[in-house]
Design a protein around this ligand. Sequence first.
Ligand code: 13P
Length: 257
Amino acid sequence: MARKPLIAGNWKMFKTHLEAIKLVQQLGYELAGHDLSAAEVAVCPPFTSLRTVQTLMEDDRMEFALGAQNMHSEDEGAFTGEVSPVMLQALRVRYVILGHSERRELLGETDEGVNQKAKAAFKHELTPIMCCGETEAEREGGLTQSKVEGQVRKGLAGVKDELVARSVIAYEPIWAIGTGKTATPDDAQETVSFIRSVIAKQFGDEEVGTAIRILYGGSVKAGNAKALFDQPDIDGGLVGGASLDAGEFAAIVKSAL
Ligand code: 13P
């Protein structure tokens, strides 16, 4: 079955819930009249805007999916400041970004933690968008493949084949995030294709490697999106800064239609 591209906006720690309303309304306006059946569009606002964006999108029958940027692995408990998969599921959240490099580098997120969260996400019918990617030094040291292989293997360890096939990986080279530097389409394709082969090997099944959606992230803009999305193994993008501008994000979405 052909993989449907996913264009997901990671808003990071931007936008109050009032600003979120405006941004989603503008995005609806920008994409009105476009047939979105060829690609899936998701917005991942901060926790404080999830309920607001959910009700807005449902009331206005917008065809966008809702995503969260993180979650805890437990259903509930004494974990001050955390949000559980049960809470996300109740908001009809479809995607949850796990193991973003900002959380790994700044907040101590580990591969083992990402693995627990991925298992919890599946248990609650949430689809993980699991991030991986190398630093500039690792790239220069020829360590790109070993870094992403370790992250992918550990992040998905022990997950059933059929669930892996339905999940999403985002390859985000850290040096390309928020820097305006983008991996060339060929370089991004090479690493994404490598990730597919890692998945196929780990799950002993070519079909799982062929089915899983793998996105590219890192300074995706309207001007470079098409060349990246046209690569055979790249199934869309995880977009940071450019997702905060409805016109720019809509143009990125259109390049996947
Ligand atoms: P930018 O698109 O701002 O580079 O961010 C990418 C990213 O981290 C998405 O998760």
